[in-house]
Design a protein around this ligand. Structure first.
Ligand SMILES: Nc1nc2c(ncn2[C@@H]2O[C@H](COP(=O)(O)OP(=O)(O)OP(=O)(O)O)[C@@H](O)[C@H]2O)c(=O)[nH]1
Length: 684
């Protein structure tokens, strides 16, 4: 118990990133000594300092190594199966109270999703030979498919896990294609066969029709109760081959993941393709040509255990003299000093698809918030940060994310740092502006980057938006509502297939802007929760995008216009540059009307009438008005003298006219955030 509590303490203390002492330390307490482990957990020293805990990996030649991953739809039991395999090989204890060893980030445990891929190694004996089994975990959510493909590149095979009740889901299909395109051996596994509603035969039939897998290939297991799980490791050894690797050749190591450890600096996960990597070696990055000294190498077992050396075919962590996480380029090849090799094909860097503004609520918090953002991004190279100054909101950052869940997770992690910050809900999708004349491309990250309508025709440029290939799987009775939804969201059908008698799979090309907001909620409500959905990016397509802006006028009457009555929406006296969005032309009317209504609700009544307009260029698309506050100026005027009353009313009228000319409407910052965050449906 003490141990679990201690490791929790540490997990809180070492955020962000991976914490090094999970409760699983109990498993190799025999190696480090229980007392020492508790001490480390309490006082924050990390496992790499546990020098006596070493393993010798020399005996594991390529034919005795298996690098594999588990891919599955969310909640199909990937983490439970990973824990079971670690338990079966004695890597973690069966008594370990806080399971899900691989889900190490606090948000992952809280939300039950995997964000960052993790790795854990096991040693397993089969037919009298010891094998080194490296399990490379993959995240479960669509936003992190970049992590999935990266992790798969270090594997030779994968376990494709499907829930025996739910059957194949969209994410199963998307992950299958990722694994298939990388030529991995796929072992189909039907999980949760212990549940009363399980129907494994139907699931096997689905797998056969969707993936053309052979009838006898699937294993039927229950990761939770352990039924048939003893068949899995032998199947991995027999069906998935060892890596192609040659120990006698010069070192060639692929960096496929990295994170920042506050004690040792950058920790890299590397797959050794050829040669061997020893403590004390001098290595060079092919990408930057920087030289490093290897301070420590080891195995994730399941946390860091030094081994002194890693050999061809193995996967392990490397601590070298790398101080800055930005130096660790995922997909980089490392070689030994003076023994250069041809670099392995790298990975495309992750592209931010959703941009959001982050501002401190209190400007005094700026530097603290900056520090936290820097810390969080050290462990998440896919986040893209740029400083930004908004006239209305002050200094802040424009941060690019892989998707909206990624944004949400980042926001939650910032909150765990106890920061009062505001993430403005007006996230914008990466649109692309291509100027035809010289083929130059500009990324439109905020509405401010959007070309003005006057310059567009002269420059002869096109606007493009990002597209996705979406996979939807649902019971056949929901076919109508599903096709209708995809049609409404500007989708183009690419594939249509029955998986079994009752389940349909459709694939659509859709604009990403249509799916990142409420598509998923709409899909779930139209299918009573039965539809599943996943997508992958498919590049850009030309699109009729326009910029919508919000304005306020003192009134729309000719009188006000004559008085030069146009005003911008002001936030604390400054124009609201952020009150604009980029949309497809077909949505402009609905969104413009919704915006005007919501603006009306947050603007306080003034002494003069305020007209709110949303416009595309100079064309007004919606209008609302906030009536003027009335003050009875004649209240104090008793008696029946009409001329006196008229005089007072005329004076008031004159005063209001002047105010219209000079007046400004202030919107408090909080109201602005409420306005923007209340409903993201219109802010794509
Ligand atoms: N009855 C039963 N429940 C299971 C089995 N395997 C997993 N579960 C349960 O299914 C739920 C989801 O399991 P996880 O292992 O967290 O699923 P996951 O695929 O790792 O989820 P993500 O990390 O979000 O992708 C948990 O409540 C598990 O206890 C099984 O074999 N039988």
């Amino acid at each position: 118990m003490l141990f679990v509590r201690a490791s929790r303490l540490l997990s809180d203390a070492t955020l962000p990133g991976r914490w090094h002492l999970s409760s699983s330390c109990t498993s190799h307490r025999w190696r480090c000594g229980g007392g020492r482990a508790v001490q480390r957990a309490l006082f924050g020293t990390t496992s790499h300092r546990c020098r006596e805990a070493t393993l010798d990996l020399e005996e594991f030649t390529a034919d005795r190594i298996r690098n594999f991953s588990i891919i599955a739809h969310i909640d199909h039991g990937k983490s439970t199966l990973a824990d079971r395999l670690l338990e079966m090989t004695g890597t973690i204890s069966t008594r370990t109270a806080n399971k899900q060893v691989l889900d190490k980030l606090e948000v992952e445990r809280e939300r039950g999703i995997t964000v960052k891929a993790q790795t854990a190694s096991m040693i397993y004996e089969h037919n009298g030979r010891r094998y080194l089994m490296n399990l490379i975990d993959t995240p479960g959510h669509v936003d992190f498919s970049y992590e999935v493909s990266r992790s798969l590149s270090a594997c030779q095979g994968t376990l494709l896990l499907v829930d025996a009740c739910q059957g194949i889901q969209a994410q199963t299909v998307a992950n299958f294609y990722l694994a298939f395109s990388q030529d991995l051996t796929i072992i189909p596994i039907v999980n949760k066969i212990d549940l009363p509603a399980a129907d494994p035969e139907r699931i096997v039939q689905q797998m056969e029709s969707a993936f053309e897998l052979g009838a006898g290939e699937a294993l039927m297991v229950s990761a939770k109760t352990g039924i048939n799980t003893e068949q899995i490791l032998p199947a991995i050894i027999e069906r998935i081959g060892g890596p192609v690797a040659d120990r006698s050749r010069p070192l060639k190591a692929l960096l496929f993941d990295s994170w920042y450890d506050k004690y040792v600096g950058v920790v890299c996960l590397m797959a050794i393709k050829d040669g061997q990597l020893m403590k004390g070696d001098r290595i060079v990055s092919s990408h930057t040509e920087n030289k490093y000294e290897v301070m420590e190498v080891g195995l994730m077992y399941p946390e860091q255990v030094p081994t002194g050396a890693l050999y061809a075919g193995q996967v392990g962590y490397v601590v070298c003299s790398m101080k800055n996480a930005k130096e660790a380029h995922i997909g980089d090849t490392f070689y030994r000093l003076k023994q250069p090799v041809d670099p392995l094909p790298g990975f495309e860097p992750a592209k931010s698809m959703v941009f959001a503004g982050v501002y401190p609520v209190d400007t005094d918090d700026f530097s603290q918030l900056e520090e936290s953002i820097t810390k969080l991004t050290l462990n998440d190279a896919s986040v893209n940060v740029q400083k930004e100054t908004s006239l209305a909101l002050g200094q802040g950052w424009r941060i690019g994310f892989l998707g909206t869940l990624h944004l949400d997770v980042f926001r939650q992690r910032l909150e765990q740092h106890k920061h009062a910050c505001q993430v403005d809900g007006t996230y914008h999708l990466r649109a692309r502006l291509v100027v035809e004349k010289d083929g130059k491309e500009t990324i439109v990250r905020t509405p401010a980057d959007f070309p003005s309508p006057d310059t567009m025709p002269h420059q002869r440029c096109t606007l493009q938006e990002p597209m996705v290939l979406a996979t939807l799987i649902f019971p056949a009775e929901y076919l109508g509502p599903m096709l209708e939804l995809c049609g409404m969201r500007r989708g183009e059908q690419k594939e249509y297939q029955y998986l079994d008698d009752n389940h349909v799979m459709v694939r659509y090309v859709l604009p990403m802007a249509e799916i990142v907001t409420d598509f998923y909620d709409e899909l779930k409500s139209r299918s009573s929760g039965f539809a599943s959905f996943d997508y992958e990016e498919t590049g850009y397509q030309e699109s009729d995008l326009v910029k919508v802006t919000g304005h306020m006028f003192v009134s729309s009457s000719s009188e006000a216009l004559m008085a030069g009555g146009q005003m911008d929406v002001l936030l604390n006296g400054k124009p609201v540059d952020a009150l604009a969005t980029v949309l497809h032309r077909s949505q402009v009317q609905a969104v413009g009307r919704d915006w005007a209504k919501r603006l009306k609700n947050v603007i306080q009544r003034q002494l003069f009438e305020v007209a709110i307009q949303t416009a595309v260029g100079s064309r007004v698309i919606a209008r609302e008005s906030v009536p003027a506050m009335r003050k009875n100026v004649t209240a104090k005027c008793y008696g029946g003298d009409v001329t006196r009353k008229m005089k007072l009313l005329n004076k008031q009228r004159e005063g209001k006219k002047r105010m219209k000319r000079l007046g400004s409407v202030d919107l408090p910052q909080e109201a602005f955030f409420t306005l923007m965050n209340k409903d993201s449906a219109s802010t794509k």
